[in-house]
Design a protein around this ligand. Structure first.
Ligand code: FAD
Length: 416
């Protein structure tokens, strides 16, 4: 069977890998000069099923409105004029009930947990390197009030089988000794031993190499410009390098997926939410964490990648704008210096900003469309690196006519 995967981010490359395992003759089409140069390039680097909570929650509308009046909020909501912003926004608000929050959180957790399990299966099978560690993630809270609130939110995940432990301040230091210098600044945390960290870009590039070794044709500098259809089938793709035919097509263009899908009448409600990350060198510093950390009061994430510390945060409604300036990292620096004063060379950061492809409720869109041979693997939001192997494995199971190992309820286009 000839298959075309559109997009060479972490999602497209993992899809290509599992299709190749099925014996498909796979071609990946990527518009950039290399794989992984968009959202998968420098994300938060955390493999974090412990952070499965949906963003659409009963508390979200109030937080969004408050942010309109704040100077440098963690979540910056700005009203935009594009019609897609309004459609997406209305659907987001519809997902802000307690019932929907619970449903969406459990769906996200299902894919994230399966994602990390499948990533480890793939790693054990191939020996792939990605500067990774399996040391877990500590979710830290600054005050007793936020800790109590956090424990209540995390209990939903715990009750549904995610390994999580509530830990005292002293236990936090036991798990991550680098917190010794700042322990008075935290009230306690939740520890997720299953979680981990790793560089999505290195993984994507190394998996692309393994894919090539299995005969996958990865065509770089090739932009998909359209889809050809006949009745309920897609017959080919149009690219800036000519047309290509195949039997099966997977849409994994990240944020660009909705536009191409729309051209054949398929609506994918995916909208960008911007985030900021930086790399700082830990060479010559002895106070950086080796365990993944998310400081929950300000939502600042830390991942140790070899001799770098990846620090990231913020969620901004900025349309498709990916620009950044040092000014936007003030809050992130403040938390980094506060928790890990001797952690890294904070004077010489490498900045990056990228856009999370987010669905209104939070779960990604996986699997079939109204076209028998067009499948979607997109909209993984803030968790695409964690979900990649699980989401792609499930999509390929559907393509192969097998029942995926996870329940696909609420993960396909046919969601309520
Ligand atoms: C600030 C930030 C922090 C994050 N932190 C984490 C984290 O800690 N853990 C986690 O699990 N996830 C995290 N994420 C989410 C994760 O990075 C994304 O969900 C994931 O990278 C999405 O992968 P993708 O392959 O769908 O998209 P992309 O990586 O954007 O890939 C899509 C590819 O399609 C290509 N493309 C687009 N249009 C065309 C076209 N017309 N023709 C050909 N090619 C095209 C693009 O060039 C791109 O390479 C974070 C995201 C952000 C923004």
């Amino acid at each position: 069977m000839k298959s075309i995967v559109m997009g060479g981010g972490v999602i497209g490359i993992t899809t290509a890998w599992y299709l190749a395992q099925e014996g498909h003759q796979v071609t990946v089409l990527e518009r950039r000069e290399e794989t992984g140069l968009e959202t998968s390039f420098q994300n938060g680097a955390l493999l974090a099923p412990g952070h499965s909570q949906a963003w659409a929650s009963p508390a979200a509308p109030k937080t969004l409105i408050k942010s309109l009046f704040q100077d440098d909020p963690v979540l910056r909501f700005r009203i935009r004029t594009e019609p897609e912003f309004w459609r997406w926004g209305i659907e987001f608000l519809r997902n802000c009930t307690a019932e929907k929050y619970r449903e969406n959180t459990l769906r996200i957790m299902r894919v994230m947990k399966y994602g990390i399990e499948q990533l480890r299966v793939l790693r054990d099978k191939t020996g792939i390197e990605y500067d990774g560690n399996d040391k877990g993630i500590l979710y830290l809270f600054r005050t007793q009030r936020t800790l109590e609130h956090g424990v209540a939110a995390w209990n939903l995940l715990k009750e549904h089988g995610l390994p999580l432990e509530e830990v005292t301040r002293e236990q936090c230091v036991g798990i991550e000794p680098a917190l010794g210098v700042s322990k008075e600044k935290i009230a306690g945390g939740m520890y997720a031993p299953m979680d981990g960290a790793g560089d999505a870009l290195i993984f994507t590039r190394n998996l692309a190499k393994l894919c090539r070794g299995k005969g996958v044709d990865i065509r770089l500098n090739t932009a998909v410009t359209g889809l050809k259809r006949e009745g309920d089938r897609i017959t080919g793709v149009r690219t800036d390098k000519g047309d290509l035919d195949a039997d099966c097509f997977v849409l994994a263009l990240g944020l660009e997926s909705p536009e191409l899908a729309r051209s054949v009448g398929v609506r994918l409600p995916i909208y960008p939410i911007k985030g900021y990350t930086m790399n700082v060198s830990t060479r010559g510093y002895n106070g950086a964490p080796t365990v993944g950390i998310i400081e929950e009061d300000n939502l600042v994430a830390f991942a140790r990648l070899g001799d770098k510390l990846r620090v990231g945060g913020k969620a901004e409604f900025a349309g498709y704008d990916k620009s950044y300036s040092p000014d936007q990292y003030k809050g992130v620096f403040k938390v980094a210096r506060d928790l890990f004063p001797q952690g890294a060379d904070y004077a010489n950061p490498t900045y990056y900003a990228c856009l999370r492809p987010v669905t209104p409720g939070g779960p990604p869109i996986l699997g079939p469309t109204r076209y028998r041979n067009l499948h979607v693997n997109a909209g993984h939001g803030a968790a695409g690196w964690t979900m990649a192997c699980g989401a792609s494995r499930a999509v390929v199971d559907v393509i192969a006519g097998r029942k995926p190992e996870i329940d696909m309820e609420g993960l396909t286009l046919a969601r309520n």
